[in-house]
Design a protein around this ligand. Structure first.
Ligand code: FAD
Length: 287
């Protein structure tokens, strides 16, 4: 591991100043479940590691603000999975957080870190995408609101600017309540990254959102505004035709050790149907 300086700023302004000054030589440390591995294997070699856990503005927490659900970036998966507000308003996100790694990982792994690491297999990304999440980032120019769908570029790369820190993730008050569900497939039981991770959200207007990851360089969001997926009267063939369009841009790598492309594409369809069925049942039950 390359030697680095450890910085532990106590204000958001100080953290931003270090990041802005040191640029790509600096790396934020939140839970460290991704970063420490990258430091050890040498794939990241910052000269300064900025621990954000003492910054009060980045304290973990989940709250309703003007009808929006706001989740502090440092909130860990264990809290997200158990939180009553998240379970009530974004059940798919609670389900996704509950399957990240192991108990020990979930006690450390933050939501902000999961998104900023920008793995195509990040389990919380699909659920947040179907809920129209917005990333709040503080930087030298102030606060930016970045729609999550405009946040991911490719594995490890986001649209965060130098010096920016994600402070929170906001699930806006939707025009129509969205009932969601998450599904994933792993190569083996126990903790493993997803071969396919997928979420589905159905709203009162009959619009269905499907987001999926681990089948291309970044998670993708697709929308069925025809109402076919949400319509209880739709037949299997009609739904299958819509899913074909939704999954048309999935492009799983043939070089992955986790699963072959054919298997991932087949699983996308299976998980899509399962998540839709759960989301529809939750919607019918008023969840
Ligand atoms: C054994 C194991 C199993 C795992 N299983 C899963 C799994 O099943 N599903 C899954 O999705 N993930 C899994 N992970 C990955 C990991 O736990 C998650 O991505 C985690 O949520 C990252 O959060 P963290 O707080 O640990 O981030 P860190 O490791 O501290 O940071 C990750 C990256 O994000 C940056 N960063 C962190 N916070 C911010 C911020 N607020 N603003 C800007 N940049 C920031 C860091 O600089 C770093 O580049 C697993 C990891 C391990 C080690």
């Amino acid at each position: 591991m390359q030697r680095f300086t450890y910085a532990r700023p106590e204000t958001l302004a100080d953290a931003i100043a270090i990041l802005a000054e040191r640029g790509s030589d600096a790396r934020i440390l939140a839970g460290g479940t991704d970063l420490i591995i990258r430091l050890r294997d040498g794939s990241m070699a910052p000269t300064v590691v900025v621990d954000i856990k003492r910054v009060p503005e980045l304290a973990p927490g989940i709250r309703m603000e003007h009808g929006a659900l706001v989740i502090g970036a440092s909130t860990v998966m264990t809290e997200i999975a158990a939180d009553p507000l998240i379970r009530a308003h974004a059940a798919g996100l609670a389900e996704a957080a509950a399957v990240v790694g192991s108990v020990q990982i979930r006690n450390r792994a933050t939501l902000g870190g999961n998104l900023c690491n920008a793995s195509p297999a990040a389990d919380t990304a699909p659920a947040l995408l179907v809920h129209g999440a917005i990333v709040l980032a503080a930087g030298p120019q102030g606060i930016r609101r970045i729609p999550l769908d405009a946040f991911f570029v490719r594995s490890g790369i986001t649209t965060l600017e130098p010096g920016e820190i994600v402070t929170a993730i906001e699930i806006p008050a939707p025009a129509a309540v969205i009932a969601s569900a998450h599904q994933r497939r792993t190569r083996r039981r126990g903790h493993d990254l997803a071969s396919v991770t997928l979420a589905c959200g159905v709203d009162d207007s009959g619009t269905t959102r499907v987001a999926f990851g681990s089948v291309g360089p970044r998670p993708l969001l697709r929308v069925d505004a025809t109402g076919t997926l949400a319509d209880p009267a739709s037949g299997d063939d009609a739904r299958a035709a819509i899913f074909e369009g939704i999954f048309a841009d999935a492009s799983p790598s043939a070089r992955s050790m986790r699963a072959g492309p054919e298997y991932r594409l087949a699983m996308l369809r299976v998980l899509g149907r399962r998540a839709l069925s759960t989301a529809l049942a939750r919607h019918a039950a008023g969840a």
